[in-house]
Design a protein around this ligand. Structure first.
Ligand code: IPM
Ligand code: MG
Length: 385
């Protein structure tokens, strides 16, 4: 528990850190152009729980599609071990220092889900490895597509990934008199860069509608800024309708079959993005089917939107885990590095295997196919395209 004096000191530290972050954002150059690299390095972290099983399936399909580039030395897959809950507890670091150094030597990371100690864990406070990686690699945009063609759903969420309630998530504290405090941070620079990415995406992909999702009616300083800065950015995109939506009613409208197909691109602060993208993924067949791109200017990381499902491992069911989230993440990875033809083939094959043909069902149990068998089905489908 902190005294009032210590709490004030903590607030000072937090502001100083955020000022440094804003200065770093301002000093940052443009996005790395992968086409100019001699060799693109893709780091692969299996993670915890079902992570190693489903990550391997996605890696296998990516290796299959990029085989020529790997042979020519233009792409290297690099296994990064050590991003495990055991190592995080042993080192007391959200990302052990040696693992972080290895990650920083790559351009792209394919990452399986990692386990986050919850409040029942009594050791020192360890931040989620996801949240730490997003911050350390400055992966400010979490891009999450959700598509259900039969229902006219084609959404792309741009979740701000380095600020909001997550910015200083592990620095909250217990103060005097039973008062607990956490922090939410929104910066002008941080909001502008995610808004620009969302509107650029809309412009380049023929989208005409961007919903800005906040609770600016209640959370006035931080969500208020998010809304107003997104509104300013929208002025540079006259062909696109920018509409303010409050997170509660937007969450409701996503269930409304008549209205939900009107949404195209959504830009949201971190926590609303976390919650609403899980809801959205449910329409597509559950979180196990949804991939996610974490994009920064220097690095990018691709992952599932769900957790590590330790219960499946405890019950010996990890080999039956659905790899579709990591396979979808693979499609996003290919597109991000400019491999458009390969991305289109992988996406087409996934659509066939998941929706059209469904020759193999993954049920998460021995009543369905194994993760590896589904991966083989996807590769066979790609080969037959
Ligand atoms: C996600 C996950 C993470 C988050 C967890 C695992 C920390 O739910 O990627 O959406 O809250 O961001
Ligand atoms: Mg989530």
């Amino acid at each position: 528990m902190l005294s009032n004096e210590q709490a004030r000191q903590k607030m000072d530290d937090i502001l100083d850190r955020q000022k440094k972050r804003v200065a770093a954002m301002r000093a940052q150059g443009d996005f790395v152009d992968y086409a100019t690299l001699d060799k693109l390095i893709i780091g692969v972290c299996g993670g915890d729980g079902i992570g190693p099983v489903i990550t391997k399936v996605s890696e296998d399909v990516l290796r299959f599609l990029l085989a020529d580039d790997v042979k020519a030395g233009k792409v290297e897959f690099r296994t990064i071990d050590g991003l495990t809950i055991e190592n995080r507890i042993a080192t007391g670091q959200a990302i052990p220092a040696d693992v972080l150094a290895e990650l920083k030597a790559c351009h792209i990371v394919l990452k399986g889900p990692t386990t986050t100690p919850d409040s029942s864990y009594t050791g020192p406070n360890i931040e989620s490895a996801n949240v730490a990686m997003r911050r350390e690699l400055d992966l400010f945009a979490n891009v999450r597509p959700v598509k259900v063609p039969a229902q006219g759903i084609d959404w792309t969420f741009f979740r701000e990934n380095t600020e909001g309630a997550y910015a200083v998530g592990s620095l909250g504290f217990e103060a005097e008199d039973g008062i607990s405090v956490d922090f939410t941070i929104t910066t002008t620079d941080g909001t502008r860069r995610i808004a620009k990415l969302a509107f650029e995406y809309a412009k380049n992909n023929g989208k005409t509608h961007v919903a800005i999702v906040t609770k600016a009616n209640v959370i006035k300083a931080t969500d208020g800024k998010f809304l107003s800065v997104c509104g300013e950015v929208a002025e540079d995109y006259p062909g696109i309708t920018a509409e303010s939506w409050y997170a509660d009613i937007m969450t409701a409208k996503l269930v409304d079959e008549k209205r939900r197909r009107d949404f195209q691109v959504m830009v949201l602060p971190n926590l609303y993005g976390d919650i609403i993208t899980d809801e959205a993924a449910e329409f597509q067949g559950g979180v196990g089917t949804a991939g996610s791109a974490n994009i920064g200017k220097r690095y990018a990381m691709f992952e599932a939107i769900h957790g590590s499902a330790p219960r499946m491992v405890a019950e010996g069911r990890d080999i039956y885990a659905d790899p579709c989230s990591m396979l979808r993440a693979g499609v996003l990875l290919l597109r991000h590095i400019g491999k458009m033809a390969e991305a289109a083939r992988m996406e087409r094959a996934l659509d066939i295997c998941m929706f059209d043909e469904k020759k193999l069902a993954v049920t998460g149990r021995d009543t369905g196919a194994t993760s590896a068998a589904f991966g083989q089905y996807v590769m066979d489908t790609i080969a037959a395209l």
